[in-house]
Design a protein around this ligand. Structure first.
Ligand code: ZN
Ligand code: ZN
Length: 175
């Protein structure tokens, strides 16, 4: 297995460090790619949001056997019946919608450095979570486990960045 992270439209400062962390966690190579891709087909003008499922279907052609692909998109996404999602997974691909993970989404930030660190922590958790789904992991009832479902940004901040013991056991990571 390998992980491909596709940054759609923009780079994220300090992102390499997150890719390295994922590589250590999943014990596989992680590569990064930056693409410019117009998201017009998944845009829903009536709600000014992007349909995460439609996006993943459109990006299906990028998928390669043996590769788990994570798309990082800065736009705000939804997936019916949810008003918004931090991410979504379908088969071997997943998307993380970064808009609502950015502290600036919730208002002005006083400490840019602290906000940047928090943003990266959230990105890491959501990448772990969605990659977990691509590996067949369901949601976990342990609120501290990274596989716990997050209904709000408070849930994201409450949970840890790692898999609980049960999830760790269920996850089949080749050594
Ligand atoms: Zn989930
Ligand atoms: Zn768990």
């Amino acid at each position: 297995m390998r992980i491909l992270i596709v940054l759609v439209g923009r780079t994220i400062p300090g992102f390499n460090e997150l890719a390295d962390k994922l590589s250590r966690t999943f014990k596989c190579p992680v590569s990064l790619e930056l693409i410019d891709f117009p998201l017009t087909r998944s845009f829903r003008s009536e709600r000014k949001q992007y349909d995460a499922g439609a996006f993943l279907r459109e990006m299906g052609r990028f998928s390669e056997p043996g590769t788990k692909t994570v798309f990082m998109v800065r736009e705000d996404m939804f997936s019916t019946p949810l008003n918004f999602v931090f991410g979504l997974a379908a088969a071997d691909s997943c998307v993380v919608a970064t808009a609502r993970l950015d502290p600036r989404f919730y208002g002005k930030v006083d400490d840019g450095k602290k906000a940047g660190a928090l943003f990266k922590e959230r990105l890491f958790k959501e990448m772990m979570h969605e990659l977990g789904h691509t590996l067949g992991m369901p949601h976990c009832n342990d609120k501290k486990c990274v596989m716990a479902f997050s209904n709000s940004i408070a849930d994201v901040d409450h949970k840890g960045a790692g898999f609980c013991k049960n999830c760790q056991k269920a996850l089949k990571i080749e050594g």
